[in-house]
Design a protein around this ligand. Sequence first.
Ligand code: CA
Length: 223
Amino acid sequence: MVEDEQRLAKMVAAGLTAEGYAVDLAHDGRTGLSKARIGDYDAIILDIMLPSMNGYQVCATLRQEGIATPILMLTAKDGEYDEAEGLDTGADDFLTKPFSFVVLQARLRAMMRRGRSAAAAPTVWRFGDLTVDPATRACRRGGEPVELTSKEFSVLEYLASRAGEVVSKSEILHHVWDFAYDGDVNIVEVYISNLRRKIDAPYQRASIATVRGAGYRLAADGG
Ligand code: CA
């Protein structure tokens, strides 16, 4: 999220974090641009009025550089800035300030879903009898719902998005936790072990393989 109103930025970040997203904040355009260039983000929430570089310029620069991360632009109510200009720069959606958190979250989710379908990813991932639904953040084994915390789900979702591939601990860490997390990378082990206890052990399955020295792999057949 690129937003110079720090209170608003912190509030949105706290809300999204509670929903299981990993959120990085930038408070000016240039910082936002450089984070967007190096980070592997699912979405960017971008204010228009920003110090150092405005939202239009950030958006246009990212698109010129071929970075296609979905962008939700925050526009002011007075209509001083217009959506047409934002669309020209390559934004995916707009939200007028002030907005409710619930609406922001719905728009963000819809935008990310569209982003995913553009990449031809299925709405619900199926691995044998294991299903992972990113839209509802629900997981099932053999049709039975499996209760996961939002962080556990985020780890599983990331493994699912790359099923059959070896995914390193640091890749999981960078995708699911934010830049501010400076703890031990081994936190990932804790979440993998929780996931195995919930989606595998009760069903005598082994869907998440440990690849020694490399990371983890979710079996495409569900284990
Ligand atoms: Ca602003």
